[in-house]
Design a protein around this ligand. Sequence first.
Ligand code: GDP
Ligand code: MG
Length: 255
Amino acid sequence: MLRPPISPLRLTIVLPCFNEAANVRTVVEAALRVGRDVAQELEVVVVDDGSRDATASIVAELEREAPEVRLVSHPTNLGYGAALRSGFLAARMPWVFYTDGDGQFDLEELHGILPLLESHDIVSCYRLSRRDGPMRFVLGRAFTWACDALLGLDLVDVNCAFKLYPRALFDAFEIRSRGALVDAEVLAAARALGLRVAQPGVPHRPRRGGTQTGASPKVVARAALELSGLCLRRFAPAPPALRASTRTSKHLAAQ
Ligand SMILES: Nc1nc2c(ncn2[C@@H]2O[C@H](COP(=O)(O)OP(=O)(O)O)[C@@H](O)[C@H]2O)c(=O)[nH]1
Ligand SMILES: [Mg+2]
């Protein structure tokens, strides 16, 4: 996979949002401020995942105020993974950074992680101290442990929403997760491609408004189901057509 240049930096910031009317303006304004500072070319893609509040109209207003802002809308709520997938595929810049649209991360931290691209292909942060309660800490640790063990990864905090990817990664494989497994699926694909992942710590802060749904029974059950599906695909033998094409490409390479 071709590594895009980091200077000049051309960057898409993706912000997934579901009912974030209370937070989205502040987060987009922070993304514009920091993004304009660090990148020579910037776009901010806000994915509205079928919100039932004023999220979409606030982003439409922001689109009129700033040329870098672009709204991608799901007509109904499709899930966190689906929201990220839409944002990544809509990205036009060669580097894609994403964080949540709820303001639980400080966009200023982007300054500190960018230098890591000198020696790595991906930055996947971990939360220095989670500010959403001990249950979420335990659940998050258990989920990271399960993903590491089952997918052969070596992650500290798989679902920390502060990550930087090369856009070309999303052309190299197809994201199938529509729920919270999305980060693990992307990082498993990155590992298979031999990409180097840096894992710095970033601060985490409590939600100022809106409602958290990241650990609802529905979200957790969907992630567990998608993890089982991903494991089955990982260990299943390749279909005959794929085995034949692998043989052909090896054969061609030997010629
Ligand atoms: N939970 C959830 N979040 C979504 C969805 N679609 C987009 N999001 C956004 O994903 C981010 C994380 O959601 P949140 O409920 O705060 O999860 P948490 O941070 O893990 O507690 C927020 O910016 C949401 O607005 C969805 O279907 N479910
Ligand atoms: Mg959150």
